[in-house]
Design a protein around this ligand. Sequence first.
Ligand code: ADP
Ligand code: MG
Length: 396
Amino acid sequence: MKVVDELDLRGKRVFVRVDFNVPLEDDGRGGLRITDDARIRASLPTIRLAAERGAKVVVAAHLGRPKGKPDPKQSLAPTATRLAELLGRPVALAPDCVGPDAETAVARMSPGDVLLLENLRFHAEEEKNDPAFAESLARLADVWVNDAFGAAHRAHASTAGMAPLVAERASGLLMRDEVKHLGRLLAGADRPFVAILGGSKVSDKIGVVEQLLSRVDALLVGGAMAYTFLVAKGVAVGGSRVESDKVDLARETLAAARARGVRVLLPVDHVAARKPEAGSETRICGPGIEDGWLGVDIGPATREAYAKEIATARTVLWNGPMGIFEIPAFAEGTLSVARALAGAKQATTVVGGGDSVAAIGVAGVADRIGHVSTGGGASLEFLEGRTLPGIAALEG
Ligand code: ADP
Ligand code: MG
Protein backbone atom coordinates (compact mmCIF):
# COMPACT_ATOMS: atom_id res chain seq x y z
CA MET A 1 0.00 0.00 0.00
CA LYS A 2 1.51 3.34 -1.13
CA VAL A 3 1.05 6.39 1.09
CA VAL A 4 0.28 9.83 -0.35
CA ASP A 5 3.56 11.33 0.90
CA GLU A 6 5.53 8.89 -1.30
CA LEU A 7 4.10 10.26 -4.55
CA ASP A 8 5.12 13.22 -6.69
CA LEU A 9 1.92 15.24 -6.67
CA ARG A 10 3.07 18.46 -8.35
CA GLY A 11 0.50 19.80 -10.84
CA LYS A 12 -1.55 16.59 -10.62
CA ARG A 13 -5.27 16.39 -9.95
CA VAL A 14 -5.33 14.54 -6.64
CA PHE A 15 -8.79 13.20 -5.77
CA VAL A 16 -8.94 12.78 -1.98
CA ARG A 17 -11.86 10.71 -0.69
CA VAL A 18 -12.50 11.72 2.92
CA ASP A 19 -15.04 10.86 5.61
CA PHE A 20 -16.62 14.24 6.39
CA ASN A 21 -19.91 12.71 7.57
CA VAL A 22 -20.29 15.24 10.39
CA PRO A 23 -23.27 15.81 12.68
CA LEU A 24 -25.29 18.94 11.86
CA GLU A 25 -27.94 20.90 13.75
CA ASP A 26 -30.25 23.77 12.94
CA ASP A 27 -28.47 27.05 13.67
CA GLY A 28 -31.81 28.77 14.44
CA ARG A 29 -31.32 31.15 11.49
CA GLY A 30 -32.52 28.87 8.73
CA GLY A 31 -29.05 27.35 8.24
CA LEU A 32 -27.12 24.38 9.54
CA ARG A 33 -24.23 24.22 11.96
CA ILE A 34 -21.57 21.50 12.33
CA THR A 35 -21.67 20.30 15.94
CA ASP A 36 -18.49 18.21 15.82
CA ASP A 37 -15.77 18.77 13.22
CA ALA A 38 -13.44 15.98 14.41
CA ARG A 39 -13.79 14.11 11.11
CA ILE A 40 -12.81 17.20 9.12
CA ARG A 41 -9.80 17.81 11.37
CA ALA A 42 -8.73 14.17 10.96
CA SER A 43 -8.12 14.57 7.21
CA LEU A 44 -6.47 18.00 7.35
CA PRO A 45 -2.92 16.58 7.29
CA THR A 46 -3.59 14.75 4.02
CA ILE A 47 -5.27 17.72 2.34
CA ARG A 48 -2.62 20.13 3.58
CA LEU A 49 0.21 17.87 2.39
CA ALA A 50 -1.28 17.54 -1.09
CA ALA A 51 -1.88 21.31 -1.39
CA GLU A 52 1.61 22.16 -0.13
CA ARG A 53 3.15 19.76 -2.63
CA GLY A 54 1.45 21.60 -5.48
CA ALA A 55 -1.42 19.26 -6.22
CA LYS A 56 -4.83 20.38 -7.41
CA VAL A 57 -6.69 18.88 -4.47
CA VAL A 58 -10.17 17.60 -5.33
CA VAL A 59 -11.86 16.58 -2.08
CA ALA A 60 -14.86 14.24 -2.20
CA ALA A 61 -17.19 13.17 0.62
CA HIS A 62 -20.68 12.01 1.47
CA LEU A 63 -23.03 13.44 4.07
CA GLY A 64 -26.09 11.78 5.56
CA ARG A 65 -28.55 9.74 3.54
CA PRO A 66 -29.91 11.97 0.77
CA LYS A 67 -31.59 9.04 -1.06
CA GLY A 68 -29.73 9.53 -4.33
CA LYS A 69 -30.92 13.04 -5.18
CA PRO A 70 -29.87 16.58 -4.27
CA ASP A 71 -31.14 17.83 -0.89
CA PRO A 72 -30.06 21.32 0.23
CA LYS A 73 -30.23 20.19 3.88
CA GLN A 74 -27.44 17.70 3.16
CA SER A 75 -25.24 20.00 1.11
CA LEU A 76 -21.52 20.13 1.86
CA ALA A 77 -21.64 23.97 1.91
CA PRO A 78 -21.19 24.22 5.72
CA THR A 79 -18.38 21.65 5.42
CA ALA A 80 -16.61 23.72 2.74
CA THR A 81 -16.75 26.76 5.00
CA ARG A 82 -15.39 24.88 8.00
CA LEU A 83 -12.67 23.19 5.92
CA ALA A 84 -11.52 26.60 4.64
CA GLU A 85 -11.37 27.96 8.21
CA LEU A 86 -9.37 24.98 9.44
CA LEU A 87 -6.98 24.94 6.47
CA GLY A 88 -6.54 28.71 6.44
CA ARG A 89 -6.97 28.74 2.67
CA PRO A 90 -9.94 29.17 0.36
CA VAL A 91 -12.02 26.08 -0.49
CA ALA A 92 -14.39 26.28 -3.45
CA LEU A 93 -17.49 24.06 -3.54
CA ALA A 94 -18.36 22.48 -6.90
CA PRO A 95 -22.16 22.33 -7.28
CA ASP A 96 -22.02 18.68 -8.31
CA CYS A 97 -19.51 15.85 -7.87
CA VAL A 98 -19.61 14.70 -11.53
CA GLY A 99 -20.54 16.10 -14.93
CA PRO A 100 -19.81 19.46 -16.62
CA ASP A 101 -20.05 21.53 -13.38
CA ALA A 102 -17.45 19.40 -11.63
CA GLU A 103 -15.23 19.08 -14.70
CA THR A 104 -15.21 22.83 -15.33
CA ALA A 105 -14.41 23.56 -11.68
CA VAL A 106 -11.50 21.11 -11.74
CA ALA A 107 -10.22 22.40 -15.11
CA ARG A 108 -9.97 25.91 -13.60
CA MET A 109 -7.83 24.83 -10.66
CA SER A 110 -4.21 25.89 -10.14
CA PRO A 111 -1.60 23.89 -8.21
CA GLY A 112 -2.23 24.28 -4.46
CA ASP A 113 -5.98 24.90 -4.88
CA VAL A 114 -8.51 22.95 -2.84
CA LEU A 115 -11.94 22.16 -4.30
CA LEU A 116 -14.68 20.29 -2.44
CA LEU A 117 -17.15 18.36 -4.59
CA GLU A 118 -20.81 18.40 -3.57
CA ASN A 119 -22.23 15.38 -1.68
CA LEU A 120 -21.42 12.13 -3.53
CA ARG A 121 -24.67 10.59 -2.32
CA PHE A 122 -26.74 13.10 -4.31
CA HIS A 123 -26.27 10.34 -6.92
CA ALA A 124 -27.70 6.88 -6.20
CA GLU A 125 -24.93 5.46 -8.41
CA GLU A 126 -22.34 6.21 -5.70
CA GLU A 127 -23.62 3.58 -3.26
CA LYS A 128 -24.43 1.19 -6.12
CA ASN A 129 -20.80 1.40 -7.20
CA ASP A 130 -22.03 2.04 -10.72
CA PRO A 131 -19.17 1.67 -13.25
CA ALA A 132 -20.22 4.65 -15.40
CA PHE A 133 -20.42 6.87 -12.30
CA ALA A 134 -16.99 5.64 -11.15
CA GLU A 135 -15.73 6.54 -14.63
CA SER A 136 -17.17 10.08 -14.26
CA LEU A 137 -15.39 10.50 -10.94
CA ALA A 138 -12.15 9.13 -12.37
CA ARG A 139 -12.28 11.78 -15.12
CA LEU A 140 -11.52 14.34 -12.38
CA ALA A 141 -8.41 12.55 -11.12
CA ASP A 142 -4.83 11.66 -11.92
CA VAL A 143 -4.29 10.22 -8.44
CA TRP A 144 -6.85 8.57 -6.14
CA VAL A 145 -6.10 9.05 -2.46
CA ASN A 146 -8.32 7.25 0.02
CA ASP A 147 -8.37 8.88 3.44
CA ALA A 148 -11.95 7.81 4.27
CA PHE A 149 -11.28 5.08 6.80
CA GLY A 150 -14.79 5.54 8.22
CA ALA A 151 -16.24 4.55 4.82
CA ALA A 152 -13.67 1.86 3.97
CA HIS A 153 -16.07 -0.99 4.78
CA ARG A 154 -18.26 0.13 1.87
CA ALA A 155 -17.58 -0.77 -1.77
CA HIS A 156 -18.93 2.43 -3.30
CA ALA A 157 -17.85 4.19 -6.51
CA SER A 158 -15.64 6.74 -4.73
CA THR A 159 -14.33 4.39 -2.00
CA ALA A 160 -13.40 1.48 -4.28
CA GLY A 161 -14.92 1.48 -7.79
CA MET A 162 -12.88 4.34 -9.24
CA ALA A 163 -9.53 3.09 -7.91
CA PRO A 164 -8.48 1.00 -10.95
CA LEU A 165 -9.59 3.77 -13.33
CA VAL A 166 -6.99 6.35 -12.25
CA ALA A 167 -3.25 6.40 -12.98
CA GLU A 168 -2.06 6.22 -9.34
CA ARG A 169 -3.48 5.19 -5.94
CA ALA A 170 -2.36 5.92 -2.41
CA SER A 171 -3.67 5.90 1.11
CA GLY A 172 -4.06 9.18 2.94
CA LEU A 173 -2.24 9.88 6.21
CA LEU A 174 -5.33 9.20 8.35
CA MET A 175 -5.97 5.92 6.55
CA ARG A 176 -2.31 4.97 7.08
CA ASP A 177 -2.56 5.70 10.82
CA GLU A 178 -5.82 3.79 11.24
CA VAL A 179 -4.42 0.73 9.48
CA LYS A 180 -1.20 0.93 11.48
CA HIS A 181 -2.82 1.26 14.92
CA LEU A 182 -5.71 -1.14 14.39
CA GLY A 183 -3.52 -3.58 12.46
CA ARG A 184 -1.16 -3.74 15.41
CA LEU A 185 -4.03 -5.17 17.51
CA LEU A 186 -4.42 -8.08 15.10
CA ALA A 187 -0.71 -8.86 14.89
CA GLY A 188 2.10 -8.05 17.24
CA ALA A 189 0.31 -6.27 20.08
CA ASP A 190 2.36 -6.02 23.28
CA ARG A 191 1.07 -8.24 26.11
CA PRO A 192 -0.74 -8.21 28.40
CA PHE A 193 -3.42 -7.22 25.89
CA VAL A 194 -6.73 -6.25 27.47
CA ALA A 195 -9.91 -5.62 25.46
CA ILE A 196 -12.92 -3.85 26.97
CA LEU A 197 -16.10 -4.42 25.04
CA GLY A 198 -19.48 -2.93 25.77
CA GLY A 199 -22.32 -1.18 24.03
CA SER A 200 -25.76 -2.25 23.16
CA LYS A 201 -25.60 -5.59 21.39
CA VAL A 202 -23.72 -8.89 21.57
CA SER A 203 -24.59 -9.40 17.91
CA ASP A 204 -22.71 -6.19 16.94
CA LYS A 205 -19.53 -7.19 18.76
CA ILE A 206 -19.39 -10.98 18.65
CA GLY A 207 -17.28 -11.00 15.47
CA VAL A 208 -14.67 -8.87 17.21
CA VAL A 209 -14.83 -11.00 20.37
CA GLU A 210 -14.16 -14.14 18.32
CA GLN A 211 -11.22 -12.53 16.52
CA LEU A 212 -9.76 -11.17 19.77
CA LEU A 213 -10.04 -14.41 21.74
CA SER A 214 -6.90 -15.71 20.05
CA ARG A 215 -4.97 -12.52 20.86
CA VAL A 216 -6.00 -11.01 24.19
CA ASP A 217 -5.12 -11.98 27.75
CA ALA A 218 -8.31 -10.59 29.27
CA LEU A 219 -11.69 -9.52 28.02
CA LEU A 220 -13.67 -7.06 30.15
CA VAL A 221 -17.36 -6.90 29.30
CA GLY A 222 -19.79 -4.09 30.12
CA GLY A 223 -22.81 -2.29 28.71
CA ALA A 224 -26.03 -4.04 27.77
CA MET A 225 -24.11 -6.95 26.23
CA ALA A 226 -22.84 -7.92 29.69
CA TYR A 227 -26.35 -8.97 30.78
CA THR A 228 -26.62 -11.55 28.00
CA PHE A 229 -23.31 -12.99 29.27
CA LEU A 230 -24.54 -12.90 32.89
CA VAL A 231 -27.72 -14.77 31.90
CA ALA A 232 -25.50 -17.38 30.22
CA LYS A 233 -23.78 -17.82 33.61
CA GLY A 234 -27.10 -18.10 35.43
CA VAL A 235 -26.94 -14.70 37.14
CA ALA A 236 -30.25 -12.83 37.64
CA VAL A 237 -30.41 -9.60 35.64
CA GLY A 238 -33.93 -8.32 36.39
CA GLY A 239 -35.35 -6.27 33.54
CA SER A 240 -31.95 -5.50 31.92
CA ARG A 241 -31.68 -5.54 28.17
CA VAL A 242 -30.88 -9.12 27.14
CA GLU A 243 -30.68 -10.71 23.68
CA SER A 244 -32.35 -14.02 24.52
CA ASP A 245 -31.39 -15.53 21.17
CA LYS A 246 -27.70 -14.83 21.91
CA VAL A 247 -27.47 -16.50 25.33
CA ASP A 248 -26.22 -19.77 23.84
CA LEU A 249 -23.65 -17.89 21.78
CA ALA A 250 -22.51 -16.07 24.93
CA ARG A 251 -22.15 -19.42 26.73
CA GLU A 252 -20.10 -20.87 23.85
CA THR A 253 -17.93 -17.74 23.82
CA LEU A 254 -17.22 -18.12 27.55
CA ALA A 255 -16.26 -21.76 26.98
CA ALA A 256 -14.00 -20.83 24.04
CA ALA A 257 -12.31 -18.19 26.19
CA ARG A 258 -11.73 -20.68 29.00
CA ALA A 259 -10.23 -23.17 26.52
CA ARG A 260 -7.82 -20.50 25.29
CA GLY A 261 -6.89 -19.30 28.77
CA VAL A 262 -8.43 -15.87 28.22
CA ARG A 263 -9.82 -14.37 31.42
CA VAL A 264 -13.31 -12.93 30.91
CA LEU A 265 -14.41 -10.35 33.49
CA LEU A 266 -18.12 -9.64 33.81
CA PRO A 267 -19.67 -6.97 36.04
CA VAL A 268 -19.82 -7.99 39.72
CA ASP A 269 -22.03 -5.04 40.63
CA HIS A 270 -24.30 -2.61 38.83
CA VAL A 271 -26.06 0.70 38.86
CA ALA A 272 -29.65 -0.49 38.58
CA ALA A 273 -32.56 1.78 37.78
CA ARG A 274 -36.34 1.44 37.77
CA LYS A 275 -36.39 2.82 34.21
CA PRO A 276 -33.70 3.62 31.62
CA GLU A 277 -34.48 7.31 32.03
CA ALA A 278 -32.92 10.39 33.60
CA GLY A 279 -34.34 11.01 37.08
CA SER A 280 -35.20 7.36 37.66
CA GLU A 281 -34.64 5.90 41.14
CA THR A 282 -31.29 4.01 41.22
CA ARG A 283 -29.43 1.64 43.51
CA ILE A 284 -26.12 -0.22 43.55
CA CYS A 285 -26.53 -3.99 43.60
CA GLY A 286 -24.64 -7.18 42.79
CA PRO A 287 -23.75 -9.74 41.73
CA GLY A 288 -27.32 -10.08 40.37
CA ILE A 289 -30.17 -7.64 39.74
CA GLU A 290 -33.64 -8.11 41.24
CA ASP A 291 -36.86 -8.06 39.27
CA GLY A 292 -38.24 -4.55 38.92
CA TRP A 293 -34.74 -3.14 38.27
CA LEU A 294 -32.53 -3.01 35.20
CA GLY A 295 -28.79 -2.56 34.78
CA VAL A 296 -27.81 0.84 33.37
CA ASP A 297 -24.11 1.03 34.29
CA ILE A 298 -21.32 -1.02 35.86
CA GLY A 299 -21.04 -0.54 39.64
CA PRO A 300 -18.10 0.79 41.70
CA ALA A 301 -16.48 -2.59 42.44
CA THR A 302 -16.54 -3.46 38.74
CA ARG A 303 -15.07 -0.07 37.82
CA GLU A 304 -12.22 -0.67 40.23
CA ALA A 305 -11.55 -4.19 38.94
CA TYR A 306 -11.55 -3.02 35.32
CA ALA A 307 -9.30 -0.05 36.11
CA LYS A 308 -6.82 -2.46 37.74
CA GLU A 309 -6.69 -4.64 34.62
CA ILE A 310 -6.18 -1.58 32.43
CA ALA A 311 -3.41 -0.28 34.69
CA THR A 312 -1.30 -3.42 34.24
CA ALA A 313 -1.85 -3.88 30.49
CA ARG A 314 0.62 -3.04 27.72
CA THR A 315 -2.11 -2.87 25.06
CA VAL A 316 -5.71 -1.79 25.63
CA LEU A 317 -8.55 -1.78 23.12
CA TRP A 318 -11.86 -0.25 24.13
CA ASN A 319 -15.06 -0.46 22.14
CA GLY A 320 -18.54 0.19 23.51
CA PRO A 321 -19.78 2.16 26.55
CA MET A 322 -20.21 0.47 29.94
CA GLY A 323 -23.72 1.86 30.43
CA ILE A 324 -26.32 4.29 29.12
CA PHE A 325 -23.73 7.05 29.30
CA GLU A 326 -25.90 9.55 27.41
CA ILE A 327 -27.70 9.97 30.76
CA PRO A 328 -25.22 11.60 33.17
CA ALA A 329 -26.45 9.58 36.18
CA PHE A 330 -25.55 6.37 34.30
CA ALA A 331 -22.24 7.57 32.83
CA GLU A 332 -19.75 7.04 35.65
CA GLY A 333 -18.71 3.50 34.63
CA THR A 334 -18.01 4.60 31.06
CA LEU A 335 -16.14 7.72 32.20
CA SER A 336 -14.07 5.70 34.67
CA VAL A 337 -12.93 3.39 31.86
CA ALA A 338 -12.07 6.45 29.74
CA ARG A 339 -9.99 7.86 32.61
CA ALA A 340 -8.31 4.52 33.25
CA LEU A 341 -7.20 4.38 29.61
CA ALA A 342 -5.93 7.95 29.79
CA GLY A 343 -3.94 7.04 32.90
CA ALA A 344 -2.41 3.87 31.42
CA LYS A 345 0.86 5.53 30.38
CA GLN A 346 2.72 2.25 29.89
CA ALA A 347 0.12 0.96 27.44
CA THR A 348 -0.74 1.44 23.79
CA THR A 349 -4.38 2.50 23.95
CA VAL A 350 -6.89 2.34 21.11
CA VAL A 351 -10.53 3.39 21.17
CA GLY A 352 -13.02 2.56 18.41
CA GLY A 353 -16.77 2.92 17.99
CA GLY A 354 -18.80 6.09 17.56
CA ASP A 355 -20.29 6.15 21.06
CA SER A 356 -17.07 5.19 22.84
CA VAL A 357 -15.23 7.96 20.99
CA ALA A 358 -17.98 10.38 22.07
CA ALA A 359 -17.49 9.21 25.67
CA ILE A 360 -13.75 9.91 25.38
CA GLY A 361 -14.73 13.44 24.39
CA VAL A 362 -17.13 13.81 27.33
CA ALA A 363 -14.39 12.59 29.69
CA GLY A 364 -12.04 15.15 28.13
CA VAL A 365 -9.19 12.67 27.67
CA ALA A 366 -8.96 12.38 23.85
CA ASP A 367 -5.41 13.78 23.82
CA ARG A 368 -4.22 11.11 26.28
CA ILE A 369 -5.39 8.16 24.18
CA GLY A 370 -2.89 6.56 21.78
CA HIS A 371 -5.28 6.20 18.89
CA VAL A 372 -8.91 7.28 18.64
CA SER A 373 -10.35 5.62 15.56
CA THR A 374 -12.56 7.67 13.24
CA GLY A 375 -14.28 4.54 11.99
CA GLY A 376 -17.31 3.11 13.80
CA GLY A 377 -18.51 0.25 11.61
CA ALA A 378 -15.23 0.25 9.69
CA SER A 379 -13.08 -0.26 12.79
CA LEU A 380 -15.30 -3.12 13.97
CA GLU A 381 -15.09 -4.86 10.59
CA PHE A 382 -11.34 -4.30 10.51
CA LEU A 383 -10.98 -5.83 13.99
CA GLU A 384 -13.09 -8.80 12.87
CA GLY A 385 -10.21 -9.48 10.50
CA ARG A 386 -12.24 -8.75 7.40
CA THR A 387 -10.84 -7.21 4.23
CA LEU A 388 -12.27 -3.72 3.81
CA PRO A 389 -13.04 -2.83 0.17
CA GLY A 390 -11.63 0.70 0.54
CA ILE A 391 -8.31 -0.73 1.74
CA ALA A 392 -8.23 -3.62 -0.73
CA ALA A 393 -8.67 -1.03 -3.54
CA LEU A 394 -5.41 0.60 -2.40
CA GLU A 395 -3.49 -2.62 -2.54
CA GLY A 396 -4.58 -3.51 -6.09
P1 ADP B 1 -20.03 2.07 19.97
O1 ADP B 1 -20.74 3.10 19.09
O2 ADP B 1 -18.98 2.69 20.83
O3 ADP B 1 -19.56 0.90 19.19
P2 ADP B 1 -22.54 0.83 20.65
O4 ADP B 1 -23.21 1.56 19.56
O5 ADP B 1 -22.36 -0.63 20.51
O6 ADP B 1 -21.14 1.54 21.00
O7 ADP B 1 -23.35 1.01 22.02
C1 ADP B 1 -23.69 2.27 22.52
C2 ADP B 1 -25.06 2.25 23.07
O8 ADP B 1 -25.23 1.21 24.05
C3 ADP B 1 -25.38 3.54 23.79
O9 ADP B 1 -26.45 4.19 23.13
C4 ADP B 1 -25.74 3.12 25.20
O10 ADP B 1 -26.81 3.85 25.75
C5 ADP B 1 -26.13 1.68 25.00
N1 ADP B 1 -26.01 0.93 26.26
C6 ADP B 1 -24.90 0.75 27.00
N2 ADP B 1 -25.19 0.10 28.13
C7 ADP B 1 -26.51 -0.13 28.13
C8 ADP B 1 -27.41 -0.76 29.04
N3 ADP B 1 -26.96 -1.27 30.20
N4 ADP B 1 -28.71 -0.83 28.69
C9 ADP B 1 -29.14 -0.31 27.53
N5 ADP B 1 -28.35 0.30 26.63
C10 ADP B 1 -27.05 0.39 26.92
MG1 MG C 1 -22.74 3.18 18.30
